[in-house]
Every structure is written in C-alpha cells, then in structure tokens.
Design a protein around this ligand. Structure first.
Ligand SMILES: [Zn+2]
Length: 408
C-alpha cells in the first residue's frame, strides 16, 4: 500500500506526541520538546495538552504537531549521547550529514535526518502561516524567557507573551534548530520554561503552548483554555519582566572538568563589578563591570559556562523597527569598508580595519547579525531578507507595534 507522507508521520507514535487537524483552514504549529534529552518538561507539557484536547476537544483551525526531539537521549535523560543535536543545524553540516551513509552517522546525526525529513514533509503538506516553537529548560534557576533570532516577525509575535525576550543568541551558538528554521523565514521562538526538574517549568510550558495556540489563531476562541489563568501563570513566573535583552558575552568551555560555576546564580540576576562567577583552571572569573548573568551552567554537559546580557532600551527597539520598515539597511554598502558579500544582497562584508567606527550595535539595529570570517573581516547577514513577511501579513498580531493593551 502506498502511504502518504503524513500517514508515515502519524504511525510514528514515539516521535509524534500528538497531531490535531482542525476543521477549518488555519496556521500550522510545530512544537518540539526534548531536543536536549535531559529537558523533559516540554515533552510532558505537550503530552498533557494533547491528552486534554483529546478528552475535551476545542474548535480549532489549521494543524498542530507535538514532536519529540532527541529520542535516544530522552530515553537516557541526557542532554545528548554523542553530539549536541541543537548544534548541528547549519547548512553545511546538514548537507554533509544527509550525504553520509546511515551506518556512518552518529546517533544525533540520525535524529537530525529524521527530524529534517519530518519538517520538510509537514512544510510540504500543510498551509502557512507556520509557527515553530522549541521548548527547553536550563540547568540553573531562571525566569521563563523567549529566545529569538532578531527578525521583526519574531519580535512582534514574541512580544505577545508576558516574559523577557533575548535577542541575538544565534551570533553565539552555532547550529541550533531554530536558526535553521529562521533561515527559511518562518516565525520561530525558543521558550526556556525554567529549571530542568522543577514543576513550574512544566506549568510554564503548558501555559506557553496554550497561548501560542490562541495567539496564532489555531484555537477559535480562548474560552476553553482559560486564557487569563495561562497568561497569569507566565506573568507571575516572569515576575512581570517583559524587557528585551541582548547577549553581550558568551563564556565558552573547552574542558568541562576545569570549569565550575559558583553556586547560587540565576538567569537575570544583576551582578556587581568584581563578583566571582566561576572557577576555571584554578582562577576566578570576575565581572569587569555591573552586568546581568544569563544561563549559568550547573550540569556536566554543555559548551557555554554562562552568558552576560544587557537590557535594550525601548527607544532603540522602536528606532530599529522604523529603520527596517524603510529598508535603511539596503544603503549600508555605500559606507567605507562595507560591501555586499554576495549577489543576493542578503549579507554585508565588513572590513573592521576601515569600518571600525561602526559598532556591532549599529548593525544589530538594522537587523544584521555578525559572523566572524577572519581577523579583519566579518559578515553581517540580514534577518529581514529571509523573513517571510507576506506569510504573516494578514495575521492580527502582525501590525501591532505596541502590546500595552494586552499586557495592561
Ligand atoms: Zn536545551
């Protein structure tokens, strides 16, 4: 018997936590849980919601999928077994892995191929607009927060949720799943719901999933989901913090045995100048100025010891949105030391010797993100160039520039 791709998807009950096809046309939502195998909360939250929707169906439009990420690692409760599945999604790595014979692939490379094919089949079969949500947790205590690649569609959609938003993580991480999805131009949000094992992390994920279903228009009405309760769950957990932040520093770890985070830090803690953050190779790593700590590492696996972040002023956010709307970035190539990196004009080549007075923040403002090429050059690729704005233009949230009415 010939099976359609989607039948193949549905028989894979271990991979697919749930799939619901609404009665009318609407968005397609893809939720991922357990891309890191020690982060079970997202999977549990999705199981809970699909179970609830089965018992008490709600009227819905479009289609939703709940997908398990790294299956072998989830079974063992480890972040990964051979390679971090959330660092493999660059164009060149994907191509290389897909061209390998099965038997030469690592466990995570096999997972990547399966997920890649699944995503491709769903994109082929379903209608847009598409929403990709990747659910994670962190080893330290944290307020729940969203990470996005800084395209305006991501900013606008993520602003609807009452939690802090972190921009620009893609400059510091190589190959997370969502950077791949972003390169295709779809709305994609990473949601970090709390510390790995705490109950609140599950509750926050549940609230986040319900709200995504409501905001995207997948659910017809928010009556059945108790909107206020879900909204308050996130708002209270995030302690009312709805600021935008950007990452200013990433501390890489080369030998985990030589790195030990000092006890007691939580993401978003404000830290004074001169505070010891970690012990590395018998030396204290101390803050050089007042800062905010983000995702300090309290587990045995990971490539980042901690990040430092800073709040982005509201004025800068508004200005950057306005400049992008008038496509100001398309004039940057006339600056000294700046040229188009390719014929598609989606990225700029910057010679830092000549263009040293243009700061990274200046390019960020216009939607560019940096990739270092060599000592004197970096490439800035533009998030707006790939964003599929037309796909989202008719959604209710697309034209909202302020979210005051919702956050009240
Ligand atoms: Zn994770």
């Amino acid at each position: 018997m010939n099976r359609t791709p989607i039948q193949d998807i549905e028989v894979n009950a271990v991979r697919i936590i749930g799939h619901i096809q609404g009665s009318a046309r609407g968005p397609t939502l893809l939720f991922f849980g357990g891309i890191h195998g020690n982060e079970q909360s997202g999977v549990t939250a999705l199981e809970h919601i699909f179970c609830e929707l089965k018992e008490k169906p709600l009227p819905c439009n479009g289609s939703v999928y709940g997908i398990r990420g790294n299956l072998p690692a989830l079974f063992q409760g480890k972040r990964f077994l051979e390679k971090d599945l959330n660092r493999l999604w660059t164009k060149s790595k994907i191509e290389k892995i897909r061209n390998k014979l099965d038997r030469y692939r690592s466990l995570e490379e096999t997972e990547l191929v399966i997920l890649y094919d699944l995503i491709s089949k769903i994109l082929e079969k379903e209608q847009g607009p598409f929403y990709f949500i990747d659910l994670h947790t962190t080893s330290s205590k944290t307020l729940p927060f969203i990470t996005i690649n800084d395209a305006l569609i991501n900013r606008r959609f993520s602003k609807l949720f009452p939690v802090p938003i972190i921009l620009g993580i893609e400059e510091y991480l190589d190959g997370p799943l969502l950077s791949f999805v972003n390169s295709k131009g779809y709305v994609s949000l990473g949601f970090e719901s709390g510390q790995h094992t705490e109950e609140t992390a599950i509750k926050n994920s549940i609230a986040f999933i319900w709200l995504t279903m409501a905001f995207s228009g997948f659910l017809n009405e928010s009556k059945g989901l108790n909107f206020k309760k879900q909204y308050s769950q996130l708002q209270n957990s995030a302690e009312g913090n709805t600021s935008f932040y950007e990452i200013v520093y990433r501390h890489p770890i080369y030998d985990i045995g030589e790195f030990k985070m000092m006890e007691g830090f939580k993401s978003f803690d404000e830290v004074d100048e001169g505070t010891p953050l970690a012990l590395e190779n018998d030396k204290f790593l101390m803050t050089e100025k007042d800062t905010i700590i983000f995702m300090p590492l309290y587990q045995e696996q990971g490539e980042e010891g901690f990040f430092l972040i800073q709040k982005i002023p509201l004025l800068a956010l508004a200005l950057s949105a306005a400049l992008r709307r008038i496509k100001f970035g398309s004039l940057l190539h006339i600056l000294p030391g700046v040229s188009w990196a390719n014929g598609e004009k989606d990225s700029l080549l910057v010679n830092t010797k000549i263009a040293q007075f243009f700061t990274k923040s200046f390019f960020h403002l216009l939607g560019y993100r940096k990739r270092v090429l060599d000592k004197t050059h970096f490439a800035m690729s533009n998030r707006e160039h790939t964003a599929k704005n037309d796909m989202y233009r008719n959604t209710w949230w697309y034209r909202i520039t302020t979210n005051k009415s919702i956050r009240g």
